[in-house]
Design a protein around this ligand. Structure first.
Ligand SMILES: Nc1ncnc2c1ncn2[C@@H]1O[C@H](COP(=O)(O)OP(=O)(O)OP(=O)(O)O)[C@@H](O)[C@H]1O
Ligand SMILES: [Mg+2]
Length: 869
C-alpha cells in the first residue's frame, strides 16, 4: 500500500515499529496503549483482551488491541513473564503543543532483566541482567540489577561458571551473537547482541566513557579482558533499552569468586539452600529457616551470603563479632528490629527517585525510612572504642538533608497523582501557595454563586454545575425559564430545562482553568526538582541502605541463634572439623512430637579423614550428612551454628552427592548422572574441601555399586591431590572392611535397638560398623502388604542360612530401595564364593594410576564382564 494512503499516526507507528521488530510495541494513544498487526494478535491472546481493527488509511484496516494506560503494570508483568520484550512508546509532546501530530518515542524497552515495576519484582530477590563472554577455559560475567544499581564483573575459570550462574539466577542473559550457550542449559532467556559490542576495545571505551575515566585500573578489572568485555556490553544494552538508567550506575565492582566457597548446583539443591526440592518453592528451604530479616535489602543480602560463604577468616570473625554483639544485647536487638520494620526498600526507592519514576507517596516512605537512622546510630553508638558494630554505625550515614528536604517539601499524605495540588507542602513555594490560594477563592466564589443567583433571580431550583464538555454553567428548570435574567446566555438545552452562562461566570471559569494549569505545571516542576536534589544524594543513601541491610542480617542471625540455641563456632585454618552435639537446622524444626537427637562429628585430614556411616533405612544417615555440611556453611557465612560447640577448619568447597536422582531431562540415566557428579568431585576437590557422599553406586546393580563405592573411597583416601575430609553414608556393609586397611577411614553407624520385635530408631551416631539392616521392618512401616513382609522374612532367613538355592535365583527385575537388604545378602554370598573374573581384574587395578574418566571407562568394562559372568 502506498505510504501516503496511510494516516499520519499509522505512518508514525510503522516507523517506530521498524526499530523494534523483536518487541511488542505498546503505542500510547490518549488513555490507551495500543498494539497493532501481529503484536495485537499476540497481545489479545496473551492478555485476553479483545482484538478489533481500525481503519488507518484508505482501504487499510489494521488489527488492534489496547489496554488502558493505568493498567500497564499488570499487563506488562504478564507479557514479560511469558518471555516477551515490550517497547513502551509514549507521547512525548502534549496535543496541540506542536504543530501536527503528537510526537511519540519509545522510552523503554522492557526485558526480563530490566524491569523496574515493583509489581514485577520479588522484593527479597535481586533481578539480575547478566552478560557472558566465553573465552578459552575462562569466562567473563558481568551483572546489573538496575533496581538497586548493583553493577559487578568478574572473570573466572570455566568450572566456576555454572555455580556462579546458579547463584545469580539471572532473569536474562546477554551474549555475543557468535557465542553458543546451548551447553549451559540456561533457564533465563538469552538475548544476542552484535559481536561488535563485546570486542575488547569497544567495551573498554564504553566503560571509560560511561565512568568518565581514562583507565580501568581503579575498577580492578583492567587486566581482566573477559570481565571488561562482559561489563562493556551490558552497559551498551542498558543504554539501548533503558534511556536514563545509565546515570544510576555509578559504581563497578570487580569481584573474585576465589574469595568465596563455590557451591555447585548439586550442593545447592541437595542442601535445599534456596528452594525446597519437593515443591520447588522457598518454603522449607535452608534460607527460609535462617531468614528473620525485616527489610527487603536485608533479605537480599542474607541470600547473597548464603550463596557465597567466605574463605577469609578475618572477615568471618568480623561478622561473628557483630552477630555476637546483637546476640548479647537483647534490648538493642529488639529495638533495631522494630526500627527496621519501618524501613522500606531504600535501594529500589532511591533508584526510582533518581530515575524519575517515583510517585509522591514513595518520597514519604523514603523519608520515614531515613528517619530511623539517628536512633539506629544511637543504639549502635554507646559502645565507644573497639565496639564490634562501630563500623556499622560509621557506614550508616544520617542522610538528614534528604529526610529534611522531603519533610519540608512533601505533604505527609500526598495525593496519589501529581498536578492536582496536595503533593507539595504549604510554605515550600510561595508561588504555589498563592496560586492555591487564588484557586481556593475562585472555587469559593463559585460555591457562593449559586446562593447569590438564587436570591437575585428568586429561582430556588437554580443550580451551578460543571461538566467536561461545556465547562461551568447555570442550570434553570423549565417552569422557571421565564424568570431568567436577560444577561444569561443560553449554552445548552436539556429535556427539563436550559443551561446558561454569564460573562462573569466565563471569566471565573477561565481563571480557574488557568490557575489549575499553572498549579499542575508548578507542582510537577517542584516535585521533579525535589527528586533531582534527592538524586544527588544517591551514593549516600545507597551506602546507608547497605549498612541497614548488614544491620538487618546481623540482628536476624542473632535472633535465630537466640531462639534456636545456636552457638558461636570457633573458626580455624587447620584441617579439623569438630562439632559437639550438632543438629540439622531444618529437620530439628520440622519434628513435632519428638525431639531432635544431636550428634558429634570429628573429621581431620590427618587421622579421621573419611567417615563411613552405615545404618538401617530411615535411621537418620542422610540427615546427619547434610547437618555436617549445613553447619560448615553457616559457620562460613559468619553465623552461629546449631551445636553445643563447634570448631571449624575452613573448607574451600563443599561437594555433595546425594541419593539416586533421575536426570531424565538431561537425557542421562540415573547412574550416568551419579557418575558424572562423582567425577566432578574427584576432579575438583582439594585437601581443604568437604565431601558428602550419600549412597553412591545406588543407581546400578549392587555389585557395580559396591565396587564403585570402594574405588571412590580408596581414591579419595590415597590420591595425593585429595586426602579430602569425607562423610560417606552407605548401605553396603562391605564398606566397613575398608577401615581395616585404609588408616584414615573410620566406621560409624546410626544406632537402633530392638524391643519386643520392634525396631526403635535412636538417631545416635556411634563408632563401629552395623550388623543388621532392618530393611524389612521399614517396609512394614511403609505399609507393604503383610504377605509380602512375611515372605521377605522367610527369604531373608533362607539367605542368612546360606541356602544357595535362593541365591542362584535371578534377582528381582527392578531393584527398589526397600528390597535392598535382600540384594546385599546376595552380594555377600557372591563375595565369599569363587572370585568371578571381573573381581579378579578389579583387584589388580592400580586405581591411583587412573584418571577419574579412565576409571569410569574401566568400570563400564568391568560391569559388562560381570554381567556376562
Ligand atoms: N537426629 C535425629 N533426631 C530425630 N529424628 C531424626 C534424626 N535424624 C533423622 N531423623 C528422622 O528420621 C527421618 C529419616 O532420616 P534420614 O532420611 O536421614 O534417614 P536415612 O538413614 O538416610 O534413610 P535412607 O536409608 O532410607 O536414606 C528424618 O526424616 C527425620 O524425621
Ligand atoms: Mg538417606
Amino acid at each position: 500500500m502506498a505510504e501516503n494512503n496511510l494516516t499520519p499516526v499509522r505512518q508514525q507507528y510503522l516507523s517506530i515499529k521498524k526499530k523494534y521488530p523483536e518487541a511488542i510495541v505498546l503505542f500510547r494513544l490518549g488513555d490507551f496503549y495500543e498494539t497493532f498487526d501481529e503484536d495485537a494478535a499476540i497481545a489479545s491472546k496473551e492478555l485476553e483482551i479483545v482484538l478489533t481493527s481500525r481503519e488507518m488509511g484508505k482501504g487499510c484496516k489494521v488489527p488492534l488491541a489496547g489496554i488502558p494506560y493505568h493498567a500497564l503494570d499488570n499487563y506488562l508483568a504478564r507479557l514479560i513473564n511469558r518471555g516477551y520484550k515490550v517497547a513502551i512508546c509514549e507521547q512525548v509532546t502534549k496535543p496541540g503543543e506542536t504543530k501536527g501530530l503528537v510526537q511519540r518515542e519509545v522510552v523503554r524497552l522492557v526485558t526480563p532483566g530490566t524491569v523496574v515495576e515493583p509489581s514485577l519484582l520479588d522484593s527479597k530477590t535481586n533481578n539480575y541482567l547478566t552478560s557472558l563472554v566465553l573465552g578459552a577455559g575462562e569466562v567473563g560475567i558481568a551483572y546489573v540489577d538496575i533496581t538497586t544499581s548493583e553493577f559487578a564483573t568478574t572473570q573466572l575459570p570455566f568450572p566456576r561458571l555454572i555455580p556462579e550462574l546458579k547463584r545469580l539466577n539471572p532473569s536474562e542473559v546477554i551474549t555475543a551473537e557468535s557465542s553458543d550457550l546451548s551447553e549451559l542449559d540456561l533457564t533465563a532467556p538469552v538475548t544476542s547482541l552484535e559481536d561488535y559490542w563485546f570486542e575488547l576495545e569497544v567495551a573498554q571505551k564504553t566503560l571509560l566513557d560511561h565512568f568518565n575515566a581514562v583507565t580501568l585500573d581503579g575498577y580492578g578489572c583492567a587486566n581482566l579482558p573477559l570481565a571488561v568485555r562482559a561489563a562493556g556490553a551490558i552497559l551498551h544494552y542498558i543504554n539501548e533499552t533503558q534511556k536514563g538508567v545509565l546515570g544510576q550506575l555509578t559504581r563497578l565492582a570487580t569481584y573474585s569468586t576465589e574469595s568465596f566457597m563455590a557451591l555447585d548446583e548439586q550442593t545447592q539443591s541437595n542442601l535445599e539452600l534456596f528452594r525446597n526440592s519437593r515443591s520447588g518453592t522457598a518454603e522449607g528451604s535452608f534460607l527460609s529457616i535462617i531468614d528473620l530479616t525485616e527489610t527487603a535489602m536485608g533479605g537480599r543480602l542474607l541470600k547473597r551470603w548464603l550463596g557465597q560463604p567466605l574463605l577469609d577468616i578475618a572477615e568471618l570473625v568480623k561478622r561473628q563479632d557483630a552477630v555476637s554483639w546483637f546476640y548479647k544485647d537483647t534490648i538493642a536487638r529488639k529495638r533495631v528490629t522494630e526500627l527496621l520494620g519501618d524501613v522500606a526498600d531504600l535501594e529500589r526507592l532511591i533508584n526510582r527517585v533518581k530515575g524519575g519514576t517515583a510517585i509522591p507517596r514513595e518520597l514519604v516512605t523514603l523519608r520515614r525510612s531515613l528517619e530511623v537512622i539517628p536512633e539506629m546510630r544511637g543504639l549502635l553508638g554507646p559502645h565507644e572504642g573497639d565496639s564490634p558494630v562501630k563500623w556499622l554505625k560509621d557506614l550508616l550515614k544520617p542522610c538528614s538533608e534528604v529526610a529534611d528536604l522531603i519533610a519540608e517539601a512533601i505533604e505527609e499524605q500526598p495525593s496519589s497523582s501529581l498536578g492536582e495540588g496536595g503533593v507539595i507542602k504549604q510554605g515550600f513555594s510561595e508561588e504555589l501557595d498563592s496560586l492555591c490560594l487564588a484557586d481556593k477563592s475562585t472555587r469559593q466564589y463559585l460555591a457562593n454563586l449559586e446562593r447569590k443567583e438564587r436570591e437575585r433571580t428568586g429561582i430556588q431550583s437554580l443550580k451551578v454545575g460543571f461538566n467536561q464538555v461545556f465547562g461551568y454553567y447555570i442550570e434553570v428548570s423549565k417552569p422557571n425559564l421565564s424568570q431568567v435574567p436577560s444577561e444569561y446566555v443560553r449554552k445548552q438545552t436539556l429535556v427539563n430545562g436550559e443551561r446558561f452562562f454569564t460573562t462573569e461566570l466565563k471569566e471565573y471559569e477561565s481563571l480557574i482553568f488557568n490557575t489549575r494549569e499553572r498549579i499542575e505545571e508548578l507542582e510537577t516542576n517542584l516535585f521533579n526538582r525535589v527528586c533531582r536534589q534527592i538524586g544527588t544524594a544517591t551514593e549516600r543513601v545507597l551506602a546507608t541502605a547497605n549498612a541497614l541491610a548488614n544491620v538487618d542480617v546481623f540482628s536476624s542471625l542473632a535472633e535465630v541463634a537466640m531462639r534456636h540455641s545456636y552457638t558461636r563456632p570457633e573458626l580455624t585454618t587447620d584441617k579439623a572439623i569438630v562439632i559437639n552435639q550438632g543438629r540439622h537446622p531444618v529437620v530439628e524444626r520440622s519434628l513435632v512430637d519428638s525431639s531432635f537427637v544431636p550428634n558429634d562429628i570429628h573429621l581431620d585430614n590427618d587421622d579421621a579423614q573419611i567417615m563411613v556411616l552405615t545404618g538401617p533405612n530411615m535411621s537418620g544417615k542422610s540427615t546427619y550428612l547434610r547437618q555436617v555440611a549445613m553447619i560448615v556453611l553457616l559457620a562460613q557465612m559468619g553465623s552461629f551454628v546449631p551445636a553445643d560447640s563447634a570448631k571449624i577448619g575452613l573448607v574451600d568447597r563443599i561437594f555433595t552427592r546425594i541419593g539416586a536422582r533421575e536426570d531424565l531431562a538431561a537425557g542421562q540415566s540415573t547412574f550416568m548422572a551419579e557418575m558424572v557428579e562423582t567425577a566432578n568431585i574427584l576432579n575438583n576437590a582439594t585437601p581443604q574441601s568437604l565431601i558428602i557422599l550419600d549412597e553412591i553406586g545406588r543407581g546400578t546393580s549392587t555389585y557395580d555399586g559396591l565396587s564403585i563405592a570402594r574405588a571412590v573411597t580408596e581414591y579419595i583416601h590415597n590420591h595425593a591431590g585429595l586426602g579430602t575430609k569425607t562423610v560417606f553414608a552407605t548401605h553396603y556393609h562391605e564398606m566397613v572392611e575398608l577401615a581395616s586397611f585404609l588408616p584414615r577411614v573410620k566406621n560409624f553407624n546410626v544406632a537402633v535397638t530392638e524391643e519386643k520385635g520392634k525396631v526403635i530408631f535412636l538417631y545416635k551416631v556411634v563408632p563401629g560398623g552395623v550388623d543388621k539392616s532392618y530393611g524389612i521392618h521399614v517396609a512394614q512401616l511403609a505399609g507393604l502388604p503383610k504377605a509380602v513382609i512375611n515372605r521377605a522374612g522367610e527369604v531373608l532367613a533362607e539367605l542368612e542360612g546360606g541356602s544357595r538355592a535362593v541365591v542362584t535365583e535371578p534377582p528381582p527385575p527392578k531393584p527398589s530401595p526397600r528390597r535392598r537388604r535382600q540384594k546385599i545378602v546376595v552380594q555377600q554370598m557372591t563375595f565369599f564364593g569363587p572370585k568371578p573374573p571381573a573381581v579378579e581384574e578389579l583387584e589388580k587395578l592400580d586405581i591411583d594410576a587412573l584418571t577419574p574418566l579412565e576409571a569410569l571407562t574401566r568400570l563400564y568394562e568391568l560391569q559388562k564382564k560381570a554381567r556376562e559372568g
